[in-house]
Ligand binder design. Sequence first.
Ligand code: PHE
Ligand code: NA
Length: 515
Amino acid sequence: MEQRDQWATKIGLILAMAGNAVGLGNFVRFPTQVAQNGGGAFMVPYFIALFFLGIPVMWIEWVAGRYGGKYGHGTLGPTYYLMARESLKPRSAFWWGVISGMLAFSLTVLLNSYYLHLIGWSAAYSWFSITGAYFGKNTGDFFSNYLNNHGEVMLFWGITVILLAIAVGQGVSKGIERWVKVMMPLLYIFAIIMVGYVFVLGSPIDPNWSTIDGFKFIWSPNWSYLGKHFYTVLLAATGQIFFTLSLGMGIIQNYASYLGPDDDVALSGLATVSLNEFAEVVLGGSLAVPLATAYAPKIVPPDVLSQGKSAALSWIGAKFGLGFSYTSLPNVFVSMGSAGKFFGALWFLLLWFAGFTSAIAMYNYLTALLEEDLGIKRKVGTWVVFLIYLIAGLPVIYISGYMDQVDAWVSFQLTLLALFDIIIAVYLFKPDNFWEELHKGAYMSVPGWYKPIILYIAPILLLIPLIGSAKSLIGATLEWPARLAIISMWIVGAIESYYSIKKKYREELEKNEVI
Ligand code: PHE
Ligand code: NA
């Protein structure tokens, strides 16, 4: 058999994993969650979730990925079949594999149907910033005009996805690794330049409003808010930890499958978490919120502004979200004058890089699936993925409400798959095996007291976002296009993973079973 591709350098691997985790979540979703959940009130459960849920699940996914890679698998179906087989009969293990593979496949396609569009918007907006296209205009109208210009939307989407196809087509060590080695350092440099600017900005337009207000909002623990809205804030914090670390997708496992069997996972997993958290709480936390407060008089309506600071902050919080980056922040850049063209372009380029390096990982998951499970060559497979994405992305442009409906299911499936991670890669694989795998070739030893955290505390904490996202599905609208997309992706995913496990392990599956 052909030798499986492996990461060429440690730094390349770490940057690829950081690129995987660092995404739009760090610079857009994180500030949104902080702003909507009482600022400093959010940070307390956030760090708890990081320590008790994020780090454990990150390790679990690294262990699972390296294990699957040893047997030539970079997809969840066959990998989780093999792990579940440690304590189940092949026929039962088979179904755990099929369902995991199904969840991962459908998640990747559904998430990318809109994630890639958001990345495309960022590409468009770096162009609009440098050319000053929205300067002197109503930024809200400008944004909706842009979204209605489908040709333009598809152009920037196309540029982005063609570049992804090229990078992934070149392979893991020769493609992805080389691209992230350039893009990730640039991403950190862009972000640090912008944060530096925010620090010297002070009160740019009104002595009553400064960036410091934003920093205070995020960094002073707001216990009374937390007490009042405890469950909501906890739910938001655990959900954010999940999303930002790219957990529950199968893509950390996919990247880890290109490790050698004795390569470290313990310290590398921790390094991934640290690089993501630096980009999130330090960099992501120092951009959108402090900028919004310093320029509050330009973006908050006068009647709200006159009610004082906390009213203005909660207005900003409520307004935060996707639209905020593309409508309110452009107003901030316009107020900066000609420097705004530069900083606007830098901001959107930062978002583009962040999204791109996460999208590469998902792109590679589907390419690996075609390559390993179905025998389609990588160079061809990347263009098959391109077509899948093209079709999956069309309803996002043409059907309003589609994106939000799909997104609600994506959030639920992410947490469900993470639960599968713990059940399969720790419990069915057997906790002692897991612990041994975690330490094989490890550059650090995980203290023994962390074991009960992984075994008991992480799954209990996981139930919070799992139940929360399941609950929000109950009342949610789901029109037929979204329903059709979700169900058909489940079916395709299930068939694919059924077939991929059967193909390779038919013999042992048939040996023990009486059908
Ligand atoms: N971790 C990415 C971010 O912070 C988002 C993501 C989640 C990407 C899951 C891929 C898979 O933006
Ligand atoms: Na992230």
